[in-house]
Design a binder for this molecule. Structure first.
Ligand SMILES: [Ca+2]
Length: 131
């Protein structure tokens, strides 16, 4: 049994998610409106290096051009590793990252909050690798 790990820097908790489960990551207080001036970073680590982290976006509602979700590869949140930046009401169908970790950051400005997002995060072993 392997796990992947999500470190929640907003809630200061560390969650281990069983592989083959789907983890629903949400903005704080979802489905109520998220707080202003939030700055949350989560890191989803896969249990083994040769995996793919897949993220679905079933619900997405941020204040356009003021509140953002950014996602990047690896454990270190930097502009260089960022692969995606989203705002407004349009999420993606899905995002797949072949890396041992992805970082996820939610940042809101000082005013106007909507309902936020749900990200469904799962992990799979890459083709050719055994579990
Ligand atoms: Ca806002």
């Amino acid at each position: 049994m392997f796990h992947f790990i999500i470190v929640d820097f907003c809630g200061d908790s560390l969650l281990q998610i069983p592989v083959h489960d789907i983890y629903n990551l949400t903005t704080p207080y979802y489905p109520d409106t998220y707080p202003n001036s939030a700055d949350c970073t989560w890191i989803a680590q896969s249990p083994r290096p040769h995996g793919t982290i897949k993220i679905l976006f079933p619900d997405f509602d941020l204040e356009t051009n003021y509140d953002y979700l950014t996602i990047g590869q690896g454990n270190n949140r930097t502009d260089d590793t960022m692969v995606l930046k989203l705002t407004g009401k349009s999420g993606l169908a899905s995002l797949s990252v072949s890396d041992e970790a992805v970082w996820i950051r939610f940042k809101s400005d000082r005013g106007v909050a909507w309902y936020g997002f749900v990200l469904q995060i799962s992990w799979t072993v890459n083709a050719g690798m055994t579990n």
